[in-house]
Design a protein around this ligand. Structure first.
Ligand code: ATP
Ligand code: MG
Ligand code: MG
Length: 400
């Protein structure tokens, strides 16, 4: 192995692809474990890339043998082999397998945070299947009242694994659809909006927190459980609530282990209280706009800088006054999104800019295949919203 650090990455989707885009100008080498022609591999031809599943323990060991650091683009990975590698092969796993193991199980995650004094919605484990599960669901309905959220403890993303329980009739459906999964119930939060805060975490050799560096809070909008848009700054959340969100996010990440970038998803309640929804121990959809909004420290550069333990800035300060990110989701037809992409590529504004990002993925309905970032140098978020409206409308039309 050369003395130059090689980062091994489990997963080569769009997050891995954008990590490679950040790594190239820094001459940082990344070796990817994922299927041939995965989005990140299309732009990264490292000799140590491995074709296969990032869930395959043997392939993870093979990847580790060529790398000094392992990182992930998803939390849904085999933490037993990562623990083994961190302990015996002395390859740094970033973030720690301990964090990944905790985050993987949403119920464990919530219970841990609640025990650490982090504000979260109340959760209850659901026991059994069939009639036992139905009884458990009825008990939750009596405790929480309708509506409440039924969630799969593991393997969920983009809301696949969430079911809103609105009345008694939904309980039978829940048993039929979720009976084979390990689940938990969560109180419904009638939020006024959702925020996300990215936090960079570094630690010393003893595993003690060295730095917790939060990004400004962004507002996230979800439709059908999938993030559709992100706003910087949040459109209506008071500045004090945004600052509180940064504080809560730093507190949460301070309770985790390992170096890296973390996203903290939060609810803002009607009375401006902050409740933590969940953590992503990696770059996140809500942080894409920082590629343009904080060009000196995108969330991808932050992942590289933190896991390689290099120098971080004193503060994360946007270079723009406002920014909006619009997800491009696949529509009914493989080419449903093309007009939106062309529109994005043709739009230029007065001190406002539009950046299209495509991930090299085949289009499928509701699949994240790209995003558009709009930035305003001096525009308010309201002015930028007006400018971005044609793109927002076209993106919404694709969903119909
Ligand atoms: P991700 O793609 O972010 O990993 P996920 O599948 O893990 O998504 P969650 O983050 O649990 O799903 O939920 C998705 C969305 O559903 C949230 O962003 C929020 O809009 C809504 N939601 C989740 N939990 C609750 C709740 N307890 N009360 C109200 N809305 C909720
Ligand atoms: Mg999730
Ligand atoms: Mg989520």
């Amino acid at each position: 192995m050369s003395s130059k650090p090689v980062i091994g990455l489990l997963g080569g989707g769009q997050l891995g692809r954008m990590l490679c885009q950040a790594a190239a100008p820094l001459d940082v080498e990344i070796a990817i474990l994922d299927a041939e022609n995965a989005p990140a591999k299309q732009i990264n031809h490292n000799s140590h890339n491995i074709n296969g599943s990032y869930k395959d323990a043997e392939k993870i060991r093979e990847l580790a043998s060529h790398c000094s650091v392992l990182s992930v683009e998803t939390e849904h990975v085999d933490t037993t082999v990562l623990e083994e590698i961190a302990t015996t092969a002395k390859v740094a796993v970033c973030p720690s397998w301990k964090t990944l193991r905790l985050i993987q199980d949403k119920y464990e995650q919530k219970t841990y945070f609640a025990g650490q004094g982090i504000p979260v919605a109340e959760s209850v484990a659901i026991e059994g299947s069939g009639d036992a599960m139905l009884a458990s669901l009825k008990a939750v309905s009596a405790k929480f009242g309708y509506p409440w959220m039924l969630k799969s403890r593991k393997d969920s993303y983009d809301g696949r694994g969430n079911l809103k329980i609105s009345n008694e009739a939904d309980l039978e459906r829940a048993v039929a659809e979720f009976g084979n999964f390990s689940c938990y119930a969560e109180k419904f939060v009638p939020f006024q909006c959702e925020l996300s805060v990215l936090v960079i975490r570094t630690e010393d050799d003893e595993g003690r927190t060295k730095r917790l560096l939060p990004y400004p809070a962004v507002e996230t909008v979800h439709e059908d459980n999938i993030c559709s848009r992100v706003y910087l700054p949040p459109r209506t959340t008071p500045a004090a609530a945004c600052e509180r969100a940064q504080q809560v996010a730093s507190d949460v990440v301070g309770k985790l282990w390992g170096r890296g970038i973390f996203a903290v998803e939060m609810f803002v309640t009607q009375d401006n209280q902050i409740l933590v929804n969940e953590i992503a121990p990696r770059p996140h959809n809500s942080g894409h706009l920082f590629i343009e909004a904080v060009p000196y420290m995108s969330q991808y550069k932050a992942q590289l800088t933190s896991i390689l333990d290099q120098t971080l800035p004193a503060k994360i300060e946007p270079y723009v006054s406002s920014s909006i990110m619009i997800n491009i989701l696949g529509g009914a037809n493989p080419d449903s999104h093309l007009a939106l992409v062309e529109k994005a590529k043709s739009m230029y504004g007065n001190k406002m800019a539009v950046y299209a990002h495509l991930y090299g993925k085949e289009s499928k309905p509701s699949r994240k295949i790209g995003h558009i970032t709009v930035t305003g140098l001096v525009a308010s978020i309201t002015e930028l919203e007006e400018f971005a409206k044609p793109l927002v409308d076209m993106a919404s039309d694709i969903r119909q």
